[in-house]
Design a protein around this ligand. Structure first.
Ligand SMILES: Cc1cc2nc3c(=O)[nH]c(=O)nc-3n(C[C@H](O)[C@H](O)[C@H](O)COP(=O)(O)OP(=O)(O)OC[C@H]3O[C@@H](n4cnc5c(N)ncnc54)[C@H](O)[C@@H]3O)c2cc1C
Length: 440
């Protein structure tokens, strides 16, 4: 969430000699017409974590590590030794994010960096999130190299031997790890896709049932403004939330439905507010401006808001001159009570928190630009997530439901970039499946 999509993640690799076969076969349409509307955050802009009443920058490159004041010297030493492999061995069972990070990198890295990061990405509880499922890339480093640093070295060596597929040269290249959006916000992407697909997109059709058809394939029944409509399809990809898929699939496979019903989506609220620039505390300004990606708040620091994105610092034209636009997230797995709060209570909670560290306590009231509550916001990749997902897929396979695929964020990963990559993977699966119908 707060640590939004990395720009590079959303770009499919270029078709070419090094691309995996599935990418070679289907020429991708990589441009939804928005290339010139992409906007990137400055990769060098700081990110902050609230610790003991102060917003402290997070190290953005290895050279920052000795100097940043978010961790103590013993905490940094513990992290360095652990990353080298001087730490307790893995327990031989699936670990939570908290267990993995405390064991490998120590308490300070967990409490001051990873715990707030889990709020930022999952609005989640790191004592329940699975390291393997939620942060698989880091989890694999220890498996591959015996330690986080050992695994990093091994990954770099392997990348030298098998370079990544070349990036499509038509895509803009961000200058580092950053976040991206579009000039008029993310809504530009679905709107552009909708206009290029035209009437094939049915925004007000609600899927109510799937049955196997008498011949091959499936019959899907939709509730539409024109009444019930049924559609016959050889293959179906369900990218609806898992709890909806669970209900729809129950008549086909109760095992798949049971597994899908167990993924948990906590509520999150997004509260967008604007203050005049003078409302920002002096100590939070850099060269007289609010600069950076935003800030994250560990649960131990006495604030309810999970984190704040400095929208007007990250992207151009998000606020008129003299004002700042702040997008705040509140709620999540550790604070599900937000669903019973009114909009004004949510704004009050966010404003109260911001006045503890970013906004002058006597500043004027903010302008409220939007409050949106998602009662079931983000699927949590908890310990056991991958097993449940596998159970759902194999129940469908064993039930003989060939050509019926599961997709979306609880399958691919919650970051928008992973959802886009996952969509290409799903398209490839469907295409492979449909080759059996190809004219031979
Ligand atoms: C508050 C919030 C902030 C976030 N911030 C970020 C961020 O900064 N960066 C980032 O990378 N990611 C972020 N994410 C995560 C990311 O946005 C999501 O993981 C991603 O958009 C999910 O895409 P999806 O297609 O899997 O699911 P969804 O976008 O949830 O799409 C599911 C669709 O299924 C439709 N549907 C449901 N039931 C039916 C039915 N019966 N018939 C037909 N259609 C149905 C729904 O209407 C919906 O359109 C955020 C998520 C939330 C909630």
């Amino acid at each position: 969430m707060v640590a939004a999509t990395t720009a590079a993640a959303a770009a499919p690799p270029l078709s070419g000699p090094r691309s995996p076969a599935r990418f070679r076969r289907h020429g991708f349409r990589v441009d939804s017409g928005l290339k010139d509307d992409l906007v990137f955050g400055d990769p060098n802009a700081p990110r902050f974590v609230l610790w003991e009443g102060k917003l402290r920058p997070v190290p953005s490159k290895p050279a920052d590590l000795p100097f940043f004041d978010l961790m103590s010297i013993p905490g940094k030493l513990r992290a360095g030794l652990g990353a080298l492999g001087i730490r307790p061995p893995p327990p031989g069972r699936e670990e939570s994010v908290e267990e993995f990070v405390r064991r490998n990198l120590g308490a300070e890295v967990f409490e001051r960096l990873i715990e707030p990061f889990c709020s930022g990405v999952y609005a989640g509880d790191p004592s329940k999130l699975s390291m393997k499922a939620a942060f698989g890339k880091v989890w694999r480093l220890e498996v591959a190299g015996g330690s986080i640093i050992g695994g990093t070295i091994k990954t770099i060596q392997e990348r030298g031997k098998n370079p990544k597929p070349q990036r499509d040269p038509r895509l803009p290249k961000p200058k580092g790890q950053t976040v991206a959006s579009f000039r008029k916000g993310l809504a530009m992407l679905p709107n552009a896709i909708t206009s290029s697909l035209g009437s094939k997109v049915k925004l007000s059709w609600k899927l109510t049932s799937i049955t196997k058809s008498d011949g091959e394939g499936y019959v899907l029944v939709y509730e539409t403004p024109e009444g019930a409509v049924s559609v016959q399809a050889k293959s179906v990809i369900m990218t609806i939330p898992s709890y909806v898929a669970s209900d729809i699939l129950r008549p086909l496979s109760s095992d798949a439905a049971d597994a899908l019903s167990r993924f948990y989506y906590p509520p999150v609220a997004a509260v967008t507010v604007s203050y005049p620039k003078e409302a920002i505390r002096n100590e939070c300004l850099i060269d007289g401006e609010l600069q950076g990606f935003g800030q994250l708040h560990p649960r131990s620091q006495g604030v309810e808001t999970l984190g704040t994105i400095y929208s007007s610092s990250l992207f151009p034209n998000r606020a008129p001159a003299g004002r700042v636009l702040l997008l705040n997230y509140i709620g999540g797995a550790t604070n599900t009570g937000i669903v019973s709060k009114s909009e004004s209570e949510l704004v009050e909670a966010v404003d109260r928190d911001l006045r503890k560290m970013l906004i002058n306590p006597r500043a004027v009231d903010p302008l409220v630009l939007g409050v949106r509550v998602w009662p079931q916001a983000i699927p949590q990749f908890l310990v056991g997530h991958l097993d449940l997902l596998e159970a759902a897929k194999s129940a469908l396979g064993q039930g003989g439901y060939d050509g019926l695929f599961l997709g979306g964020n609880y399958v691919a990963g919650v970051a928008l970039g992973r959802c886009v990559e996952g969509a290409y993977e799903s398209a490839s699966q469907i295409s492979d499946f449909l080759t059996k119908y190809a004219y031979k």
